[in-house]
Design a protein around this ligand. Structure first.
Ligand SMILES: [Zn+2]
Length: 114
């Protein structure tokens, strides 16, 4: 379960942003999580609830997760298709010359302070 490590990493980044902006409390963090990233949102939320209570400036801080649909691009026919249904083989032309356009994100989108 590496979600806890991710949570610590996010908290560290959020705290740095808060410090730079002179904020004393962070009320909400919004994250983009790609559909084919290795993160399980349920575990992430679980770790989050536990970890933020140990941080004075983040007590009660909410976590919102935006799931980013995974899309793969095919170099041979130029189409974009949903990665989860078709994986590496293009459904239009059967090519394997494909690459992940998006869906692997693990990033902070927004930080709300009060
Ligand atoms: Zn194709």
């Amino acid at each position: 379960m590496h979600e806890l490590g991710i949570v610590f990493h996010i908290i560290k980044q959020v705290k740095e942003v808060a410090k730079e902006n002179d904020c004393s409390h962070i009320s909400k963090v919004v994250m983009n999580i790609g559909e084919v990233s290795t993160i399980v949102p349920y575990y992430l939320e679980d770790c989050w609830k536990w970890a933020v209570e140990k941080e004075d400036m983040m007590k009660g801080c909410k976590l919102d997760i935006n799931i980013i649909n995974a899309v793969t691009h095919c170099d041979d026919c130029g189409c974009d298709y949903p990665t989860v249904q078709h994986a590496k083989i293009c459904p239009e032309c059967g090519s394997e010359h494909t690459w992940l356009l998006k869906g692997n994100e693990v990033e902070i989108k927004e930080i709300e302070v009060n």
